[in-house]
Design a protein around this ligand. Structure first.
Ligand SMILES: *Cc1c(COP(=O)(O)O)cnc(C)c1O
Length: 409
């Protein structure tokens, strides 16, 4: 067999729904030397990561840590650690990731109830409240920002509903955290899980998560002690968590001062997660969000300036992504192909009911920048024209410039 050449990826500007280009500082942190699992440097870095992510999640929860997986793994870790077979779960489904919550909860053996919402809209409070009264679930699982629809779900009143029925509140904040306001503790969210490759500007493969004392109590009540280290007298849970790797009670022990061995913490990903959070907090969480808002508005104005229609409820649009309706007669995949081939720019396609109908353009993390926005708009205009779609010359870049000029005034 001939040996493949050295790894040499093409230069890309990743303007889709994630992953996005990692901040170069994150990539540099990932090239730092490894240390042992219990090296004081490592355990200190783990503690630093906990403190950094408490600030990112705006949560004082002790159990704020990394799940070593992509975001989907953290969702699964949260659900499998909380849910026992037969538990009732309520999921408002507004997009693709609501369906994912349903699917994972079903695999946990839960009895899953849904509130089905048309893609592109929020779930109205009244519908959730009615369903909560009927189902009285153990867990209410909600996607905060769903990249599949570009819409951010308001959390107003959800904590009070959950308190009324003794329900835990879970939020998937993978796509929203950092770039959109999310106040974990103030909003009464018991568990929030994220990922690095959206607004946080890192690679996929590490999932920050935060768990309230109430959630931790429920999870730890199901604690099993691994066969090899079980001591005489250690209780065996009646309803053990049906995963070893994603048993959060064991992961909590690993991140505690006791440092009970579980998996080997993914050192390089921990470096990445640490640097990603440090960059957010160095800029300031509010300034970081304001930057996402600004560049998201410029991109929105730009695509509208090109005469393109925007998808979804704009009043509840996520700061960091816009859905663009593919104009009639335009081959969406041909445009994406040309953007990539001719300009090295990736924009996103869509899933489910929006497949072939909507492109998704992200402005997040390291790529929430004026040059990235203007370059993408200029390229999109050129490609659309080349694909035979007549549109106002320079309209996209001009409108984005206007947003920047207004913001600077
Ligand atoms: C991207 C995304 C995920 C999945 O993340 P992976 O890292 O691919 O597992 C989950 N939820 C939401 C809302 C997302 O946007």
């Amino acid at each position: 067999m001939t040996l493949p050449g050295p790894l040499n990826p093409p230069p890309r500007l990743l303007m889709g729904p994630g992953p996005i280009d990692a901040d170069p500082r994150v990539l540099r942190a990932m090239s730092a030397p490894l240390v042992g699992q219990y090296d004081p440097f490592m355990t200190h870095a783990m503690n630093e990561v906990q403190e950094l992510y408490r600030r990112v999640f705006v949560s004082s929860y002790q159990e704020t840590l990394l799940v070593d997986s992509t975001a989907r793994g953290a969702i699964e870790a949260a659900l499998v650690s909380v849910l026992e077979p037969g538990d009732r779960v309520l999921v408002p489904v507004m997009g693709r990731f609501g369906h994912l919550l349903v699917e994972i909860a079903q695999r946990c053996g839960a009895e899953v109830h849904t509130v089905q919402i048309e893609w592109g809209q929020i779930a109205p409070y009244e519908l959730i409240a009615d369903a909560m009264a009927k189902v009285q679930p153990k867990l209410l699982a909600v996607v905060h920002g769903d990249t599949s629809t570009t819409v951010v779900q308001p959390f107003d009143g959800l904590a009070e509903l959950c308190a009324r029925y003794g329900t835990l509140l879970y939020a998937d904040v993978t796509a929203s955290i950092g770039g959109n306001e999310f106040l974990t503790e103030e909003w009464g969210v018991d568990i929030a899980t994220g990922g690095l490759q959206k607004c946080l500007g890192g690679p996929s493969g590490s999932a920050p998560a935060t768990f309230s004392p109430r959630a931790v109590g429920i999870i730890n009540s199901r604690k099993s002690i691994e066969a090899g280290i079980r001591a005489e007298g250690d209780a065996v849970a009646a309803h053990p968590i049906r995963s070893n790797y994603f048993d959060m009670s064991m992961v909590f022990d690993y991140w505690s001062e006791r440092r009970l061995n579980h998996h080997t913490e993914a050192t390089t990903m921990l470096y990445a997660a640490r640097e990603a959070a440090r960059i957010v907090l160095e800029e300031g969480l509010e300034a970081f969000q304001a930057r996402h808002l600004l560049h998201g508005r410029a991109m929105l104005a730009g695509v509208q300036g090109l005469g393109l229609e925007v998808f979804g409820d704009l009043e509840h649009k996520m700061t960091n992504i816009v859905g663009v309706v593919i104009p009639d007669g335009v081959d969406g995949e041909a445009v994406r192909g040309r953007m990539l081939q001719d300009f090295g720019i990736e924009i996103g396609t869509s899933f489910g009911p929006l497949q072939g109908k909507v492109w998704r353009i992200g402005t997040m993390g390291f790529n929430a920048r004026q040059d990235a926005v203007l370059t993408t708009l200029a390229a999109l205009e050129a490609v659309l024209r080349r694909e035979g779609f007549g549109l106002p010359a320079g309209g996209g870049v001009d409108e984005a410039y206007r947003v920047y000029a207004e913001a600077a005034a």
